[in-house]
Design a binder for this molecule. Structure first.
Ligand SMILES: Cc1cc2nc3c(=O)[nH]c(=O)nc-3n(C[C@H](O)[C@H](O)[C@H](O)COP(=O)(O)OP(=O)(O)OC[C@H]3O[C@@H](n4cnc5c(N)ncnc54)[C@H](O)[C@@H]3O)c2cc1C
Length: 288
């Protein structure tokens, strides 16, 4: 339970952090809230020789509403997200999901950037960001670039992040006023990762679903966008057959691990239930 020895760096600017990461290459890891990385280091599943702590870099913090986008600094904590009026007004699914992440102690320190960069399929924010069609702003040796959340996840702890790259911010197109949203998460107890979870963002026109995005957490080796499930409800008033079709289409792409949270069959079944519940609640909340 004691990490291997490492050097600790606390840069004050992004440029300094990038230079440290470039200098130490594969031996260096970014440290954000530390609530995934430090446990991995204690278990010796990660043994970085250099930790580059982003905590002192002011430009990585905070939430800004700029026209039609919400831009959230990577080092913004879950606790800060929950207290942000801009987040609650523009994309309330973020607050709803954040309140289901871990427990208050973890949320005081754990960051949005760490949650989405980690690559653990059990993290809740990747699916939320996929529903919202967010983009991640990255910077590294090759300069700044942007990757869509929907293109970012490649497998367990495998993402589009290149060596030495830092997530600087998460940019979210603000969903239309009156949109419906819900994040449904089944967990064994407070503070647990999801047995199965689903997020939904939809709009309703004339009593029918006009647009819909559904994403899944901890139901495969990465967060999944359930495109066919979303297509199954567009143009419907979410009658029982449409809900059943969405659940079936979502279950068809799930491949959860069989673990202490349940068998593959159980987790797939409750994954379908989470999709139905999230769709129903999002539909009830939508105006239009
Ligand atoms: C008891 C417990 C329960 C938990 N339950 C949940 C849960 O239910 N749902 C959930 O989503 N999470 C859960 N977590 C994980 C928690 O949310 C972590 O805080 C989160 O996964 C990582 O965020 P962090 O800021 O702590 O990042 P860190 O642990 O510091 O970093 C995580 C990884 O991301 C990389 N990284 C971090 N920030 C950046 C960046 N800006 N740019 C590039 N790479 C970066 C690090 O190098 C590291 O590889 C739980 C953790 C604990 C300890």
């Amino acid at each position: 339970m004691i990490p291997a020895p490492f050097s600790y760096h606390r840069p004050k600017t992004l440029a300094e952090a990038s230079a440290l990461l470039a200098q130490h290459g594969e031996e260096a890891r970014v440290l954000a809230g530390g609530h995934s990385l430090i446990p991995m280091m204690k278990l010796r599943l990660a043994q970085p020789e250099h930790l580059v702590d982003l905590a002192a870099i002011a430009e990585l913090k905070g939430v800004q509403r700029t026209g039609t986008s919400l831009v959230i600094g990577a080092m913004t904590t879950q606790h800060e997200l929950q207290g942000s009026k801009a987040v609650a007004d523009a994309a309330p699914i973020i607050r709803e999901a954040s309140l289901l992440v871990a427990d208050p102690q973890v949320r005081y320190v754990g960051t949005l950037g760490g949650n989405i960069a980690n690559g653990d399929p059990g993290n809740d924010m990747p699916a939320v960001m996929m529903c919202l069609d967010a983009s991640y702003r990255l910077t590294g040796r090759g300069g700044p670039r942007t990757v869509k959340a929907r293109d970012f996840y490649q497998g367990t702890y495998a993402t589009a992040l290149k060596a030495g790259e830092i997530v600087t911010a998460i940019e979210i197109p603000v969903p239309p006023t009156g949109h419906g949203y819900a994040y449904e998460k089944l967990k064994r107890k407070i503070g647990d990762y999801a047995t199965a979870a689903a997020g939904v963002i939809l709009t309703v026109r004339g009593g029918k679903v006009a647009t819909c995005a559904i994403a899944l957490s901890n139901l495969a080796d990465r967060a999944l966008l359930a495109k066919d499930a979303a297509a199954a409800v567009v143009g419907t008033a979410l009658e029982a057959p449409a809900l059943a079709a969405a659940s079936k289409a979502a279950r068809a792409i799930m491949s959860p691990a069989s673990d202490t949270r349940g068998s593959v069959e159980y987790r797939t079944a409750v994954g379908g239930v989470m999709v139905e519940r999230a769709l129903k609640r999002a539909f009830e909340r939508a105006k239009g």
